[in-house]
Each structure stands twice: as structure tokens, then as C-alpha cells.
Design a protein around this ligand. Structure first.
Ligand SMILES: Nc1nc2c(ncn2[C@@H]2O[C@H](COP(=O)(O)OP(=O)(O)OP(=O)(O)O)[C@@H](O)[C@H]2O)c(=O)[nH]1
Ligand SMILES: [Mg+2]
Length: 252
């Protein structure tokens, strides 16, 4: 394992994940990397927040909980969690879902890849050689994901194979440079907007293959609103970029 990174914090947003969270925390604790975990719970009706508090009592040195009052979307939960992690001195912040879709076994390779000098963020990627999506994903789910990546790449040209990936390891200074507090989007396009800001600031994104598993417990929170936002956000980002370069070139 690379040294050089002091504190690594895994930020895990939760909404109704009471069955999944303890398993995830066990998996993370079993890895050969010392990790801190910050659960960001939006007052889950199923009691995930209390489950998280119990886990925090068992491991006060390594597990913390950020309680928010109401469900406010994945992006907002991540921003709150990342800002807290940075405040608490994280050198690396890992984004990870609670539903066991993201393989914790990939974390050592992701942290290794992040240790290269010029790498700002590492994506756990389904669409580089060696990566895959869940075998039991319905065809329309696969088609939507493939289309989303094609669509984002056609508009924004970031050269990233899995632009909507939600499993990522960030250097703290990269998060500071992209000013996460001002990120607008909340659903899948949250991931895209973060990547886009990274590329625009000349920082490097690297992809490490992962095998993405489907959730087996709990319910998906993907909504129509999230899908619509994801369809519009790449255009918004591109129009903002085009407007900025038009302003620059019209300056005397
Ligand atoms: N705190 C918080 N967490 C959320 C919110 N929405 C989703 N999450 C969490 O974010 C992670 C991803 O949400 P999922 O429902 O798995 O979304 P998804 O992965 O796109 O959909 P599936 O693959 O169908 O599960 C999970 O850990 C959720 O519990 C929210 O509004 N607030
Ligand atoms: Mg999921």
C-alpha cells in the first residue's frame, strides 16, 4: 500500500440502508488500508441513522455520522459529507454508495492509482477493460447507462469512460480546487459536474476497473427528476463554457 496519504475518509450517503450499512462497515474495516468512515444520513425513516450511531459507538475513532434533517438528494448529502471530511483533516476522500454496489475490494487499487503525482481523482469504472456492470441488470438499465455515457461524452468531451460513476477517490486539494460548495446538481449529473470541473481546471482523472453489483437489499432512489436533471446538466455546463469563451474572445 502507498504511504504518503495520512487520513483517508470514506463518505457514505444513506437513505433507508439499515440492512446494508453494517455489512459495508465490516467490509471496509477488513481492508488492508486504514480508513475513516463518515455516514451522511438524511433522517432515514427505516432507522439507518440510529444504526449508524450504534456503529459509531463501537468504533468512535474511525466512524462518524452526519445527521441531516430531511431527504435532500445524493449530491447535497455528498457535499455536506465531503466538506465535513475536509474540515476534519482528510487527505483523501472516497465517495461510496451504501448499497454494496461498489466493491470495497477495489479501494486499495484506487488509492494506489491516486498516489501517482499527477492524479487528482480515481474513478471506479465499469467501462474500462476489466470492469463490468451487474450481470442481472435489466437491458433497459444497461442501455440507459451506456447511453448516458455516450451522451455526456458527445457534449462535454472529457475523455472519461464512466462519467456517471459514483465510486471515486479524491485528493483533498482537488476537492478544494473545484469548490464543491458551489456544485449545482444533485443526481447522476452531480458526478458529471464534479468531473467536468476537474478537467476544466487541468487536473487528471484516472479510471480503475470495478465490477458493479446490483443492490440486493433496500430500494433504489433513482427518480424521474434525477434522470431529467442528468439529461439537461451536460448542456448547461457546455453552454456556460461556450458563453465564457465568447465573452473572452469579444474582449478588445
Ligand atoms: N443521505 C442521502 N443519501 C441518499 C439520498 N438518495 C440516495 N442516497 C444514497 O445514495 C446511494 C446511492 O443511491 P441508490 O438508491 O443506490 O441509487 P442508484 O445506485 O443510482 O440506484 P440503484 O442502482 O437502483 O440502487 C445509496 O447509499 C443511497 O442510500 C439522499 O437523498 N440522501
Ligand atoms: Mg445503488
Amino acid at each position: 500500500m502507498p504511504d504518503g496519504f495520512g487520513k483517508i475518509t470514506v463518505v457514505v450517503p444513506t437513505y433507508n440502508e439499515r440492512d446494508n450499512l453494517p455489512k459495508l462497515v465490516d467490509q471496509l474495516a477488513a481492508l488492508p488500508v486504514r480508513l475513516h468512515v463518515l455516514v451522511v444520513d438524511d433522517n432515514s425513516p427505516d432507522g439507518t441513522g440510529e444504526v449508524a450511531d450504534k456503529l459509531a459507538l463501537e468504533s468512535p475513532q474511525t466512524l462518524g455520522v452526519l445527521h441531516r434533517t430531511a431527504k435532500d438528494g445524493l449530491g447535497r448529502a455528498y457535499i455536506a459529507g465531503m466538506l465535513r471530511a475536509l474540515d476534519e483533516g482528510a487527505d483523501v476522500v472516497i465517495q461510496m454508495d451504501a448499497d454494496l454496489s461498489h466493491p470495497s475490494s477495489a479501494i486499495p487499487a484506487m488509492v494506489d492509482a491516486l498516489a501517482a503525482d499527477d492524479v487528482s481523482v480515481v474513478l471506479g469504472s465499469r467501462y474500462v477493460p476489466g470492469g463490468s456492470v451487474a450481470g442481472d441488470w435489466a437491458w433497459h438499465r444497461k442501455a440507459l447507462s451506456t447511453w448516458a455515457n455516450f451522451y455526456v461524452d458527445a457534449i462535454l468531451r472529457m475523455g472519461v469512460k464512466d462519467a456517471t460513476a459514483g465510486f471515486k477517490a479524491w485528493r483533498a486539494e482537488a476537492l478544494r480546487r473545484i469548490d464543491i460548495a458551489s456544485i449545482q446538481s444533485n443526481g447522476y449529473s452531480f458526478q458529471v459536474e464534479m468531473n467536468y470541473r476537474t478537467v476544466r481546471r487541468g487536473m487528471r482523472i484516472v479510471e480503475v476497473p470495478i465490477c458493479f453489483a446490483d443492490r440486493t437489499r433496500g430500494e433504489s432512489k433513482m427518480s424521474l427528476r434525477v434522470q431529467l436533471e442528468s439529461a439537461l446538466m451536460p448542456w448547461k455546463l457546455r453552454l456556460a463554457r461556450d458563453a465564457a469563451s465568447a465573452r473572452r474572445s469579444s474582449r478588445p
